[in-house]
Design a protein around this ligand. Sequence first.
Ligand SMILES: [Zn+2]
Length: 253
Amino acid sequence: MRTNGDGRIEDVAREIDRGDLNIAFTGAGVSTASGIPDFRSEGGLWDRYDPSVFRIGKFRSDPASFWETMLEVRRETFRTEPEPNPAHDALARLYDDDLLEAVVTQNVDGLHQEAGVPDNDVVELHGNVERVACESCGRRADADETIERAGDDLPPLCGSCGEAVKPDTVLFGERLPEGALYRARELAGNADVVLVAGSSLTVEPAASIPRIANGGGTTLVVVNFDPTPSSVSPDYEFNADVTDVLPAIVDEI
Ligand SMILES: [Zn+2]
């Protein structure tokens, strides 16, 4: 495993063990290890679809055709039932051992919950594809059930008020959910250790969260294939596979 700087597994393990409040911040790199394509990478979703079809304006003006594309993408992206990988499992172990307060994630696949971190301690900055949301009455519901009930009759409708539902994910042109963003910032500002995994910290505004941490007395650990931009200076950086490094850190504790 190639590490750079002074990124040493045992030092990171000690920092986490010592920390009173540690959080993880995860990005696409944690999901790709479960076979979920990175939308932004070459050959990814945004190369094949015009991003404008995923705009909130598109949903509002033509929900039926929006959902047609959305269902095609769902079938393609989640062709096989994705499973948590060793990186998810390692974070869930830390959580179980009371060494992790919460997981802040840019991912929308719900795999942290599936690995065992409870829903209320997964801070979802971009929502979750397993849910749909009604803009009209605010109700959230299970995506599969709602889509199945709709059948060919698109768009799927809210079970309470009968309006068209949208995926409970952040579409282009939408703001990140205030509550999640607030909690993420607060956690980062108070954290002893922020463990960033699978994010190159380039997508704003979510990427600002580790930087908040970086400003105070927080230990910033980054595990990601690609080096972080020079605007961030992690205390430890591992440019390696998250499914190797995270289990190695947890094993060391
Ligand atoms: Zn509704």
